[in-house]
Ligand binder design. Structure first.
Ligand code: GLP
Length: 237
C-alpha cells in the first residue's frame, strides 16, 4: 500500500488528479472505474483543467461508474449520471459512448446488472479504480453485511447510508432505498486502486479500513488484500 497525505480536500483532489493524469499519459486507452460523492469533486475539476490546458486527453479512455440509485432517471439532479455529466463528462474530451454507468431507471434491473458486468469484461476489466469511502465502510454501494457480492447487483441501502445521503435530497423520504453497484469482485479485479478519503469524521473508518480485521462488516477492509492500493487522504493516522 502507498499512502499520501494531503493538506486539505483541495490538495487531495489535485494530488489524485495528477496521479490519474500520470496513469492516463502512460496508458491513453485506460479503463477507469469512477466514484461519485463530495470527495472526488475537486479531482474532476482539476482533471477537466488539465484537459482544457491540453496536457491530457480522455479521447481513448473508457470509464465505468461504480453505482447508481434505483429509480432515478439520468436527468434527475440527484442521480449519479447527472452528477457525472455536471462534474466530468461535459468538461472533458471523452466520446460520449466511452462512458458507462448502471441505469437505475430500467424495468429489468437484473438484466442491467448483467449488461454492466459484460461491458466491463469486454473493455478488458478496470485498469484503475478510483474509490471514495462511505462512513460505514461502504465502497461503491457495497454495504456492511454478512456476505460480499462479487458482481454488479442491486442492493438495499443501509439506514446509515440513507441518513448520510439525505443531505443531497429534500428529506430522507426522498432518498432512494436501493441502488445498483459494482460488486466487490469488480472492484478488486482492477489492476490498480486509488482510495480517496477526506475529513476527520472518516478517521475511525479509515483506520478500520487499513488496519482493522478484514471483514464483510467493513467492506472497505477487503482493500487490504489488493496488490496495488494507493490511499490519498487529508487524515493523518
Ligand atoms: C456514496 C457513494 C460512494 C461514495 C461515498 C462517500 O454513497 N455511493 O461511492 O464513495 O458515498 O461519499 P462522500 O465522498 O460524499 O463522503
Amino acid at each position: 500500500m502507498e499512502y499520501f497525505y494531503a493538506q486539505d480536500n483541495l490538495s487531495l483532489g489535485q494530488m489524485a488528479a495528477r496521479w490519474v493524469a500520470r496513469e492516463l499519459l502512460a496508458c491513453p486507452d485506460l479503463v477507469l472505474g469512477l466514484p461519485t460523492g463530495s470527495t472526488p469533486i475537486e479531482m474532476y475539476q482539476y482533471l477537466a483543467r488539465l484537459v482544457q490546458e491540453g496536457l491530457i486527453s480522455f479521447t481513448q479512455a473508457r470509464t465505468f461508474n461504480l453505482d447508481e440509485y434505483v429509480g432515478l432517471t439520468v436527468d434527475h439532479p440527484q442521480s449519479y449520471a447527472f452528477f457525472m455529466h455536471e462534474h466530468f463528462w461535459s468538461k472533458v474530451d471523452m466520446p460520449k459512448g466511452n462512458a458507462d454507468i448502471p441505469r437505475g431507471d430500467v424495468s429489468n434491473l437484473a438484466a442491467e446488472c448483467h449488461r454492466y458486468d459484460d461491458a466491463i469484461q469486454r473493455a478488458g476489466g478496470i485498469g484503475l479504480q478510483i474509490l471514495g469511502l462511505g462512513l460505514n465502510g461502504h465502497i461503491g454501494f457495497n454495504e456492511p453485511s454478512h456476505n460480499m457480492e462479487i458482481h454488479t447487483h442491486v442492493v438495499d441501502l443501509s439506514v446509515a447510508t440513507i441518513q448520510a445521503n439525505t443531505r443531497f435530497f429534500p428529506n430522507s423520504d426522498a432518498v432512494p432505498r436501493q441502488a445498483i453497484t459494482m460488486g466487490v469482485g469488480n472492484i478488486m479485479q482492477a489492476q490498480k486502486i486509488l482510495l480517496m478519503v477526506s475529513g476527520e469524521r472518516k478517521r475511525d473508518i479509515l483506520t478500520k479500513t487499513l488496519y482493522g480485521p478484514v471483514s464483510t462488516e467493513v467492506p472497505s477492509s477487503v482493500l487490504q488484500l489488493h496488490a496495488d492500493l494507493t490511499v490519498i487522504t487529508d487524515i493523518k493516522l
